[in-house]
Design a protein. Structure first.
Length: 380
């Protein structure tokens, strides 16, 4: 690989000659600007504002524009004569834990190559010292006309350097976070945890640029006179959806995509198991509550997400259902008994009425017979 900078690493009184090599490369597809009328290439030309003449690259220098618009010429010799110890040296200033570096500061990446046989021993010494300490080195260096901050770490058997932005170049995230208090339910967090565990880890080598491949296919098709079918529009964007339902669907889709199959269960059964469990918790929990590690309840009892507290809540949750079932059964039995008693009284009343009617009829017949006999005796 071609080096872009030659210098040395300053490690206390130790100097390690090195070459700086780009550790990354850009695979983006670049396009040219063309004239739509005839397809001719559109080029940019550098023209002097004073005489209107095109200027070659060899005749172009640097200048600083002052506040009044005047130009102050600055030559490479002027910059090279600056009293900077980092002009040709990567000066290590500290060794710090890797997690103390904010990823927002990360910039370009380079490999540091030992320059010559004498550099091999001190280069290896620094590499092994970084490995054993499990730290990274903070360094200052000058590149492309400015002093920069860098972080040295070990990648395989090579020392790599990441360019870092200066701390004052990181903007504060003001006005970026959602406004107001947003409540997140425990069930939603549980489903998010399930989705994260389902997605798991990934082999970084398996990731690739789908957009670049699609553009390459488009270019190849256009070059051969073919046309590609346009992709169907994405109808999911911009819609407000049920977050819990979206998480459930995501968990199922992730599990099916990974083709998990444990204990002979089908993909669908295994996908539904954790979702059904968390959904049941969601139905029991009130809306708008946020996750808390512990909290006091009336009566001095502390609630907890697991252990005896969880069991107490489960019993408390199932107790109303049991009481309700008993109450419903008692009510049903009481109603049946009342209905039975009412039916018995009604039957007894009907029997009494029939007996009274029969007795009345018999008395009437007896009285009628007595009167007939009296009339017969009187006529005789």
């Amino acid at each position: 690989m071609r080096s872009i900078w030659n210098g040395a690493i300053s490690f206390g009184l130790v100097s390690i000659p090195i070459k700086l090599v780009n550790a990354t490369e850009n695979h983006s597809i670049s396009f040219r600007q063309v004239h739509l009328a005839d397809g001719g290439r559109v080029r940019y030309r550098k023209v002097c504002e004073l005489d209107g003449e095109e200027v070659a690259a060899a005749d172009i220098g640097k200048a600083y524009e002052d506040a009044d618009g005047s130009m102050i010429p600055i030559t490479d010799e002027d910059l090279g004569s600056l009293p900077l110890p980092t002009a040709k040296t990567i000066e290590i200033v500290a060794f710090v834990p890797a997690d103390s570096i904010d990823p927002l500061q990360m910039d370009a990446a380079y490999y540091l190559s030992a320059n010559g046989v004498p550099a091999a021993k001190p280069y290896t010494l620094l590499r092994e010292a970084l490995k054993r300490s499990r730290k990274v080195a903070l360094a200052k260096y000058a590149l492309r006309g400015r002093e920069r901050l860098g972080m040295l770490r070990v990648v395989d058997d090579v020392i790599a350097m990441h360019g870092l932005l200066w701390p004052d170049e990181i903007r504060a995230p003001e006005g970026v976070a959602p406004e107001g208090d947003v409540a997140v339910r425990d069930a939603e967090l549980d489903l998010a945890d399930t989705l994260m565990n389902t997605l798991g880890e990934v082999d970084m080598d398996s990731l690739h640029d789908d957009y670049r491949e699609a553009v390459e296919e488009l270019i190849a098709a256009k070059a051969s006179g073919e046309t590609l079918q346009p992709a169907p529009p994405d109808k999911s964007g911009g819609k407000v959806i049920d977050l819990l339902a979206a998480l459930e669907s995501s968990v199922r889709a992730a599990q099916e995509a990974r083709g998990e199959d444990e204990g002979g269960a089908s993909d669908g059964e295994k996908a539904r198991a954790p979702v059904a469990k968390v959904t049941a918790l969601a139905d029991r929990k009130p809306s708008g509550t946020t996750r808390k590690s512990s909290g006091a309840k009336p009566g001095g009892r502390a609630s907890s997400g697991s252990g005896s507290g969880g069991g107490a809540r489960k019993s408390a949750a199932s107790s109303p259902k049991s009481s309700g079932a008993k109450k419903s059964t008692a009510t049903a039995d009481k109603g049946a008994a009342k209905k039975s008693a009412s039916g018995g009284r009604s039957a007894a009343k009907k029997t009494t009425s029939k007996a009274a009617a029969a007795k009345k009829t018999a008395a009437a017949k007896k009285q009628s017979g007595t009167k007939t006999a009296s009339r017969k005796r009187a006529s005789a």
